[in-house]
Design a binder for this molecule. Sequence first.
Ligand code: G6P
Length: 611
Amino acid sequence: MCGIVGYIGDKEAYPILIKGLKRLEYRGYDSAGVAILNDVVKLYKKKGKVSDLENFVATNDIHGKVGIGHTRWATHGEPNDANAHPHFSMNKDFVIIHNGIIENYAKLKDDLTAKGYTFKSETDTEVLANLIEYIYRKRDISAELAIRMALSRVQGAYGLVVMCKNEPDKLIAARKGSPLVIGIGKGEYYIASDATPIVEYTKSVIYLNDNDIAVVSRNELKLKTIQDKALTPNVQELSLDVGELDKGGFDHFMLKEIYEQPKAITDTFRGRITPDHKDIQLGGMLDIWPKMLQSRRIIIIACGTSWHAGLVGEYLFEEFARMPVEVEYGSEFRYRNPIIYEDDVVIAISQSGETADTLAAIKLAKEAGATVIGICNVVGSSIPRETDGGVYTHAGPEIGVASTKAFTAQVTVLTMMALKLAQLKGSISSHQLDELIDQMVLIPGKIESVLEKNEKIFGIAEKYKNSSNALYLGRGFLFPVALEGALKLKEISYIHAEGYPAAEMKHGPIALIDENMPVFVVATKDSSYEKIVSNIQEVKARNGKVIAVVTHGDEVIKSMADHFIEVPECSEYLAPLLTTIPLQLLSYHIAVMRGCNVDQPRNLAKSVTVE
Ligand code: G6P
């Protein structure tokens, strides 16, 4: 949420900042700005996309080798030019970019106003800029000390980068709650919210931890805590490849990522399924399995699409490992005084590894003594660093704001985890385990054949692109797929959509059904097949339009539905991995037909680092 980029070195800063902001735009895209220090600070900011900023800057002088840039997702203050970052302090000693929320900003603002400070924006960030300047001027101290003193008075979360007019050969970065990574070049440093703006210049990076402050000049990086304790930087090598960060010939990142799912799933089980398909090995779980075997309960914590993957996980763990599972929204769990036992195993699922509510919830669970593990996609992000173990999804960078390949990769990891735990508990026969592993390995190929239905799905999308509402139904393992299908549609096409367990339709949503209401039913052949056939009849009896995702060759539902999309036959436990794909494509096409920006839907952001 909000993208931060900074550069200090011997190259022109502006092209690096703009390119970096474009890479980070998935984090926020309501306004953007840059500030370059070259004797004086030149600051340009604009409401809108990074390209709007670029057009605005085009004819201006923007030379300089030290600078900062920001792309915003508004929290305090509407998206407009004034509220865009960077923010000057009142006397322009400092210029700052910030991600996060300063919770006590109102009190700090009142104090500063009483001291004669005025404000040009409604942001909490400008309050921080002025607080730093006030301390700096009053005490006549270094910029670094002023920043550390100011941050010790701040409540809330921040990832920030500051430039000081009087100390022009320096960038100062600090983190509490919002990620920052520093790239180390030759006589140059890069600072960013994630590694995507950095990877084409250097693979050596340092991830800041909460409470760290880094003072960076061309040839030196000093790392310390806000309390002035020196730290030794832990330099890591990025495995990210710059080629993964473009659209690869697709019109949108989302479409590319939908098509990448066979590879994402293959990469997620690579090296984890033994060549004879008889065993699953998850390196990050070796110390965790004994605790899981002792534990009486699993708690899955996540937000958004990751929460839907968590629901599939609940069904899998219960089915195979016979373990009770609770699936929680991070935001609800953290604030409702939950009961956490020391023998609980908490699984945090997060594509970004940075979602603030998920992160806070797992910190709470850790404090209560539970074992906490992560299923994350971004290597080196905060959740994997906070957890006792876990498993990375190897889906590759996901840039489209609506999550697609991360979801199927998360479900893949959960399937492997549930099967392995079941094996360790002895709650699955070796025959069933072998059979399911064999079937899992076939899933990427089966997804390829679902992707081949794209043209048909496009045709269905054309028929329903003007709908105002939609209902998604599924049962059992396919209920979370219905929720995810509805979420995809509403996020990117702005059509109101609800996901429901098919049988629950009778308790409310059935009242909405008429000849204008498309009802997407996920109804492959499984143990509740007969029941969902009845639910389809209930919809048809009320003239609803049924679009069904069915098992290849299912003549019964095909004869009842208005439209159908066939997926290959597979185990009901693996069906979420196949049935999700046509719903992703449907939403994608409908959104494109409606002229929506599918990669950057309004009001959303990919990485939600504020609560
Ligand atoms: C945002 C994104 C969603 C994502 C959710 C959770 O809302 O737009 O796509 O599912 O955050 O993010 P996480 O990174 O924790 O999976």
